[in-house]
Design a protein around this ligand. Structure first.
Ligand code: AMP
Length: 632
């Protein structure tokens, strides 16, 4: 076995041979003619000329060797349902869904927008798109109609797939209703909407001629056999929208061959899973972790995946450990916030089940603070693997790679650069590498490895401008995170270099939230900053200037206005972006050139020194922030 360092070195120094070997982990209908085409930097094309299909590799390929092995287990503590699908059964369901999509005229390169709760049909729909070469875009169910409409207009889907409703904490959450609303707001609405009706929303409206019931379609295609569309490796597999510093979300575009290879390889080298093992990822299909490690990664590898609809503490805080015990889970993937939620519960729940099959718990999406890491490590007695990555990368950038070498972990560190990634910490001022323990911008020297985003949907220029233009004289990919590396080679991620905040592992742009607040007609101006929160990592806090001071003249009016602002954010963006607090001021701290001093506001909100204020236009603005925070 090579050491992780040797493995990493070879992945960069002998790139073609390395990825050629990894590419053998999947089936190719037509072999590729070259491993990498990097003739047009920073656009990387992996496995050029090769033809493959992700659905074939995730489903059909396993029919020969393990048709009756469990592929997907669906567990809902919201509706008290479970369902188990073998690879054979999964194959049947995906063929039915694929046939239903084809019958609506969906084909190669067409977009399909999926807005669904965590039910098995959501995975069938994703795999069905992959099967027929359609490009799916899954939008997280927590996003409101207006956000959904923005994504519809950018992706221009031919069909949208939804459910009548989801369930959260025992209460139905409407989905189809939001789709109707989004379509009303959209400039480029889809021709058809397919609804998986769970019978949770009796009031659901059906629009004749546009809306189709999935159960009816499925019945029409029960025995359908839909051949896989063999795509050239670089053809897009999916788009996933993510937030940045501007108000407009970016459609992260992923390829086909590179993604299939990268994910399958990661299952072995990082997640230590073999075909037949079981993985339980607690994310949602609307996020990148859900795409990669609920749906594609496990299935590509022939590993059983568990899809869970429910909360970590319902019916009681032992539910995850019960699932681990019942299904003999070997690897779990979750988030630091979820672990912090469990940390507040009775520890007896963690001991109530036999979880001896569990070997690894991977945590990602936000910084894993040392006390939480220590607590979960002590409580479970299994390897806790902090891993760092982004929607853009699609799979870990920094992680221990225990499938390659058993290395000790340090609390607070996601360990080392993963094979394939040429990670460099660069000084913001000079673009030169920083020394040990020195803070630098975490960058990746291109080409980005297989599986990473290949461009921004419909906007190559924005891809280059956004990610590769941080340094004037060096074309490197910026993660927009600060990090240090210690003398042993362990990385420590320190936080974002931009105005993106991370709430419970979900990335939100402060500009996006500001725009949502400003949708309230009574608000003149607003600054939103991320403030440290013991549970969620960060929460958004808004400082708003109202147009008419009379609207916030009494405590009662202030309370009413606060609620209106929060409701506006719920409506415009979704409850995940709702500010934890809204404060009213008459002026915001800005520089003389009109730039918002967000970092100073954030520092005050976290009880820190606001820093250098020589450029501030109106010093009383900071006093107002202080007073607002103190409730004066
Ligand atoms: P997203 O694309 O929404 O998954 O957000 C990615 C961002 O989350 C990264 O750029 C980091 O700021 C943060 N992040 C993800 N994983 C970690 C981690 N293990 N430690 C610290 N920050 C992380």
């Amino acid at each position: 076995m090579p050491t992780y360092k040797e493995f990493h070195r070879r992945s960069l120094a002998d790139r073609d041979a390395f990825w050629n070997e990894q590419a053998a982990l999947i089936d190719w209908q037509t072999p590729f003619t070259s491993v990498l085409d990097y003739s047009n930097p920073p656009f990387a094309k992996w496995f050029v000329g090769g033809r493959t299909n992700i659905c074939h590799n995730a489903v059909d390929r396993h029919l020969a060797t393990r048709p009756d092995a469990k592929a997907l287990v669906y567990i809902s503590t919201e509706t008290d349902q479970t369902g188990t699908y073998s690879f054979r059964e999964l194959h049947r369901e995906v063929n039915r869904f694929a046939a239903a999509l084809k019958a609506q005229g969906v084909g190669r390169g067409d977009r399909v927008l999926i807005y669904m709760p965590m039910i098995a049909e959501a995975a069938f729909a994703m795999l069905a798109c992959a099967r027929i070469g359609a490009i799916h875009s899954v939008v997280f169910g927590g996003f409101a109609a207006a956000s959904l409409a923005t994504r519809v207009d950018d992706a221009r889907p031919k069909v949208m797939i939804t459910s009548d409703a989801g369930m959260r904490g025992g209460k139905p959450v409407p989905y189809k209703h939001l789709v109707d609303e989004a379509i009303r707001l959209s400039q480029h609405p889809p021709a058809k909407v397919i609804i998986v009706n769970r019978g949770l929303d009796p009031a659901m409206a059906v629009i004749a001629g546009r809306d189709l019931d999935y159960a009816t379609l499925r019945a029409q295609h029960l025995d359908a056999e839909v051949p896989c569309e063999w795509l050239e490796s670089s053809e897009p597999s999916y788009i996933l929208y993510t937030s940045g510093t501007t108000g407009k979300p970016k459609g992260v575009q992923r390829d086909t061959g590179g993604y299939a290879v990268a994910l399958t390889a990661s299952m072995r080298h990082i997640f230590c899973l073999e075909p037949g093992d079981t993985m339980f990822t607690t994310s949602d299909i609307g996020w990148v972790v859900g795409h990669s490690y609920i749906v594609y990664g496990p299935l590509l590898n022939g590993t059983t995946t568990i899809m869970y609809e429910g909360l970590p503490i319902r019916p009681d805080p032992g539910i995850w450990w019960k699932i681990v015990s019942d299904y003999k889970v070997k690897t779990m993937f979750s988030s630091p916030t979820a672990i912090r939620v469990l940390k507040k519960q009775d520890p007896a729940y963690m001991k109530a089940y036999d979880i001896s099959t569990l070997k690894y718990v991977f945590l990602a999406g936000e910084p894993l603070d040392e006390p939480t890491a220590r607590w979960v490590s002590d409580s479970l007695g299994v390897a806790i693997i902090d891993n760092y990555w982004q929607t853009e990368s699609g799979w870990p950038i920094l992680s221990a790679q225990l499938g390659v070498q058993e290395t000790p972990r340090k609390f607070g560190s996601p360990s080392f650069p993963v094979y394939g990634y040429d990670v460099q910490l660069l000084s913001e001022a000079t673009a030169e590498s920083v020394g040990p323990e020195e803070k630098g911008v975490l960058t990746i020297v291109p080409p980005l490895p297989p599986g990473c985003m290949t461009t921004i949907w419909g906007d190559d220029e924005r891809f280059v401008r956004t990610y590769f233009s941080t340094f004037r004289n060096r074309m490197v990919y910026s993660t927009f995170d600060w990090a240090t590396c210690d003398a042993d080679g362990y990385y420590f991620v320190l936080g974002r270099t931009d105005d993106v905040i991370n709430v419970a592992g979900h990335r939100l742009g402060t500009r996006e939230i500001e725009e949502a607040v400003q949708a309230h007609s009574g608000i003149a101006e607003v600054a939103v900053v991320g403030v440290a929160d013991p549970l969620k990592g960060q929460i958004p806090v808004a400082f708003a200037v109202v147009k008419d001071p009379a609207r916030v003249a009494t405590p009662e009016l202030v309370a009413a206005m606060r609620k209106e602002v929060m409701d506006t954010v719920d409506r415009e963006l979704g409850a995940i972006a709702r500010p934890g607090a809204v404060h009213f001021v008459t002026v915001l701290p800005k520089t003389r050139s009109g730039k918002l001093l967000r970092r100073s506001i954030q520092a005050l909100a976290e009880g820190r020194d606001p820093g250098d204020l020589t450029t501030i236009e109106d010093p009383s603005a900071l006093e107002q922030i202080r007073n607002a925070l103190a409730g004066r």
